[in-house]
Design a protein around this ligand. Sequence first.
Ligand SMILES: [Zn+2]
Ligand SMILES: [Zn+2]
Length: 257
Amino acid sequence: MSAATQSFELVVLGAGPAFTDQAGATGAAYLLRHPDGMILLDLGQGSFPRLAGEMEPSRLDAILVSHLHPDHFVDLVPLRHYLRWQLHPPRHVRVLGPAGLATRLDGLHDEPGFSAATLDIETLDVGDRRIGPFTVQTALVTHTNESYGMRVSVGDGPGLVYSGDCGRADDLLGLIRAGDVLLSEVSFGAGPVPGDAAHLAGPDVGGVAAATGVRAVLLTHLLMGRDRIETIASVTAAYDGPVRFVDPGDRFGIGTT
Ligand SMILES: [Zn+2]
Ligand SMILES: [Zn+2]
């Protein structure tokens, strides 16, 4: 497989945390585009319109949900409605997520079978799977009782490692290979992370980036009131590669120079 076909594009649709005062900062949603297929990592609150503005959502090969916090999955509700009511005949999209995802969505409408009308939900597990042109590797991370970090690649090309929400940076070590791009939550900015919060801060991200030799660090999921400049400085204190925050509409080549 040539380098060109091993590369793919990350399109940021939403990069916000669970709540914010920043208008337009919608929940986590990261579209990965390749000429032979597209997958979506998470679909948090408010991000469905950007997905639908970017592409026809029923063309997704799959959606992977990192964990069952609404800022990572609740816009599956508007997606379900779109697939059911906007398209004739209705279409289905494959969704892989932690156990209980369908029950939670059905509960929002108090309607058994609500999600199954258009979402083909499968239980996610630890390991590797092929979805369209992509290889998706998942590992458990410390956050809820079932939260996943993910590495996505095409062939043996460079990957994108997505932390999801993660309370222990070392949980990502098994996913990251040298030359990957790390898309990491940095909820608590420059830190410190309170003892009861299962999230990361800049020094945690910088440490794992330096230890693994990633090509670049993309930061996301910054809590309200935290400073971006200080946060980036807290990452670059340990890691000397490129570091930046991502925003909706940003596009990055993964595996391209
Ligand atoms: Zn979150
Ligand atoms: Zn969370």
